[in-house]
Design a protein around this ligand. Sequence first.
Ligand code: DP6
Length: 380
Amino acid sequence: MTSDGAPLSCTVRTSANIALVKYWGKRDSDLILPLNDSVSLNIDALNADTTIVASSEFLADSVEVNGKKYDCGENTRFYRVFQAVRKLLESRESSASSRLHFEVVSTTNFPVASGLASSAAGFAAIAYGMKTLFGFSQDEASRLARLGSGSAVRSLDGGLVRWRRGTRADGIDSVAEQLFPASHWPSLRALIFVANDQEKKDGSTKGMQMTVETSSLLQERVAGVDEAINSLTQAFAAKDFSKLAELVMKDSDNFHACCLDTKPPLPYLNDTSRLIIDLVHRFNSRKSEPGQKNEKQPEALGAAYTFDAGPNACIYIEEATMCEFLKFVTKHLRFSPGAKAKIQEILGEDVETLLDAPLILDLIYSTVGGEPQILAHQMS
Ligand code: DP6
């Protein structure tokens, strides 16, 4: 290890995750312990490449994300994560290691803090990098990630991941667990419609605290989450997309109802988001128009929307339905030249350009992501 002060370094690629049953509300704000369990899928196309260098020669910690330097002073989340690493190392009686400082440089391939879970990918990378450098366990990595951002815990594994709220006051049992690897459902896709790529006004941390303090609806939500997760896990096991879609949209709607029940309300969705919600329902019910369905059997749902604390839509869909869905939405939405080019590539045909429709700035097309990857690792 670094008894001679030489740096250790490691570069990790982690994916952002988008929850199917969302985390909203903390039972302990300092330790970032959630009020309810949550479940998410990693989004392969949304990733952060993060290099962590540890050295006892550094005088202070430093963090840079997409070229922007972040404060690592006391009371910041970065500081808490780095202090927790130093404490863990101290408990192993490794005195040189406890004097270590860290330099983190991260690049994301998507806009930071616009409701696309960038902090999850970033803090998961730091935690996974520390695990790699110092041989921490997966549960220790879970706890480090959680001190950075709750949802980061779920990016430490691939596929469908459940973050358990845990019941202990010290949060030791509030860790992530993989329910199914990404390979379980290879035809599952995510389409992210970026309606806004600016930093949001009320981030998740502040927003969820306001909801906890002022919404009575939240208690009802929290009470129903375990049942929703159990049903979702069963639907996922059986690869029952229609059931999955029903549960995912129900959770998103319920979460945004709690946001609107907050005082003052948190209107994370915008007109474009609401149009996309309407389009998904129209797409799903189009499939059950007379003549297209067996009247006795309700027709299966083909697409599901979910929205985090922002206006960007994540549509979960199966590969076989995706082209039909894209053709449908291009009749109602306007796409930037970049987003349009991506759709044309997926469809293999030109799409018409609408002049008078809400604009989608970017389209992200993804398979389900796996666990973090080590891109480089140097033990000097
Ligand atoms: C709506 O994990 O960003 O995306 O723990 O305060 O950092 P902190 O919050 P954060 O909240 C995520 C909220 C969400 C739902 C989810 O990802 O489960």
